[in-house]
Design a binder for this molecule. Structure first.
Ligand SMILES: Nc1ncnc2c1ncn2[C@@H]1O[C@H](COP(=O)(O)OP(=O)(O)OP(=O)(O)O)[C@@H](O)[C@H]1O
Ligand SMILES: [Mg+2]
Length: 500
């Protein structure tokens, strides 16, 4: 008996680069089949073939035992295949309902005319939002939503097309713990409806929780398909990497030097209140919390995006009452973002330009850009970060994880002293995560300091010297190294308080 959906012997080349070799992959109704593998393994490409974005060079696809041809996204949709892409694909200026119903708006008859039934568009959208428990206005323009909320709009769009097969490519990369729970509940409902779900994630504990089967891809080949119930994480990681990974959090003991950043009583529009802390050379400070806790607002105040603010920012020995982005960069502060979106990258430019853009001074003389120098410097970073790309590759052709590394390289190139890093390893595979942590170690050894915003509590526990937990715009707890546990962090992140 074959599975509901079967992909057989799929091979795909980009130019002469073979990215998928004879891949067999199948999934059953009412099941979650996870697809895992390191950055660049070919996960997104395989699924884009199913969604009609790419066409395979060879191989066959069967649904319910019948051979199907999928030559474009429309054909995939007609077969009931819906994909939620790794990078957000919404129309930023359209509102939530318009994004969900675009190009298939319900119609009504009026005076002999077929018109878009806007009442229905909004009431259907409201129904979905309500079912998801999302407090979002159907008429809000999507660029006012958080990354997590935007992802839910995409999920609703996929669901509302009555899909039989739903592909989720790294859906939780920008999610908070709460949003993950919400998604998992929805997935349980989809399973009951008999929908087949393909779930790509680097978060293996999620795979353990929701998937029945997991297939490991490495360098475009299937290494193994396991029943989730009888495989442990260790085995999956080993299959992904092809080697043992010993130390997942290579935290070094580094002596802390002078204070680089101090924040006194910082408040902004009631979204953060009375935040005070300091950061020293060689130190990693973790900032964690749940959705809406104000972590990202804090980062944006420090980087001069959210202004004006109350309170003081002391940076590079100077007090700033009106930080802006230029001053921040000039004084050695940078904000590394870009999870789950193309934010932070120029997608149609080559890797090299993306790396050097924030510090062109470093490769210019008398106002002229030294192109050779630029490429050399970029190549050096590509090697150090083990970015799976060439200097001249266009950013949009890179795998999601490699794009993330390019964003990292860009800020390394500026020689910043205080790095605010927002979700440094979301969407990054286990062994590349270790590379990123080692890069952080290198930065700390060279006298920089890092403020790491992360929703991944084990990463926070594994890498930070101190941990600030935020709740509702305030610091609800400060942990010194060794004091915190996952449970304690969750307690303060959910509004728990020290009993007096
Ligand atoms: N449109 C494209 N043109 C050329 N090469 C591409 C294109 N899309 C992907 N690739 C290459 O195909 C390989 C597989 O990429 P893919 O995006 O499928 O990886 P992935 O497993 O999804 O990785 P990640 O976990 O980082 O998202 C990579 O080497 C990538 O650079
Ligand atoms: Mg991918």
């Amino acid at each position: 008996m074959g599975d509901f959906l079967e992909m057989r012997k799929i091979t795909k080349l980009f130019g002469d680069n073979i990215v998928l070799k004879d891949v067999d992959f199948s999934v059953n109704k009412g099941q979650v089949h996870a697809l895992v593998g390191e950055n660049g393994a070919g996960k997104s490409t395989l699924m884009k073939i199913l969604a009609g974005v790419h066409v395979a060079n060879s191989g066959e696809i069967y649904i319910d035992g019948n051979r199907v041809e999928i030559n474009n996204p429309k054909e995939a949709q007609e077969l009931g295949i819906s994909m939620i892409y790794q990078e957000t694909r919404l129309f930023p200026d359209l509102n939530v309902a318009e994004n969900i119903f675009i190009r298939r708006e319900p119609l009504k008859n009026k005076g002999g005319l077929r018109l878009i039934d806007w009442d229905k568009v909004y009431s259907e959208t409201a129904k979905y939002l309500d079912y998801f428990g999302l407090k979002i206005n159907a008429k809000a323009s999507v660029n006012t939503l958080s990354l997590g909320q935007q992802k839910f709009v995409e999920i609703i769009r996929a669901l509302s097309r009555n899909a039989r097969i739903i592909i989720m490519d790294e859906p939780t990369a920008a999610f908070t713990e709460q949003e993950i729970e919400l998604l998992f509940n929805v997935i349980q409902d989809m399973k009951k409806l008999g929908i087949a779900i393909i779930y790509i994630s680097h978060r293996l504990n999620e795979v353990k929780r929701i998937a029945e089967k997991v297939t490991v891809l490495r360098d475009g080949e299937v290494i193994e398909t396991y029943e989730v119930s009888d495989v442990d994480l260790h085995k999956i990681i080993k299959a992904m990497a092809g080697k043992e990974i010993c130390d997942r959090y290579p935290k070094l003991k580094i002596r802390h030097g002078k204070e680089l950043l101090r924040v006194n009583n910082l408040s902004y529009e009631g979204r953060i209140r009375n935040i005070s802390f300091s950061l020293k050379e060689g130190e990693i400070l973790g900032i964690t919390g749940l959705s809406g806790s104000g972590r990202r607002t804090l980062a944006k105040v420090l980087f001069g995006i959210n202004r004006p603010y109350e309170g003081e920012i002391m940076l590079n020995g100077r007090i700033f009452k009106d930080m802006d982005t230029n001053k921040a960069i000039e004084n050695g502060l940078c904000y590394v973002t870009g999870i789950g979106t193309d934010e932070g990258l120029i997608l149609n430019a080559p890797v090299t330009e993306n790396i050097t853009i924030a510090n062109l001074k470093r490769i210019s003389k008398f106002g002229f850009l030294n192109k050779e120098e630029e490429v050399l410097k970029a190549k050096d970073l590509i090697e150090r970060l083990e970015i799976g790309a060439n200097a001249y590759d266009i950013a949009s052709n890179l795998s999601g994880g490699n794009q993330k590394k390019v964003i990292f390289a860009k800020w390394l190139f500026t020689n910043a002293k205080v790095l605010i890093i927002d979700e440094p390893t979301a969407g990054i595979d286990v062994s590349s995560k270790v590379d990123i942590y080692n890069i952080m170690n290198e930065l700390l050894l060279s006298g920089a300091s890092i403020m790491m915003i992360s929703s991944d509590f084990s990463e926070i526990l594994g890498m930070c010297d101190r941990i600030l937990v935020m709740y509702n715009g305030e610091i609800s707890k400060v942990f010194e190294k060794g004091e915190a546990t996952q449970e304690k962090i969750l307690y303060y992140a959910s509004g728990g308080r020290d009993s007096v």
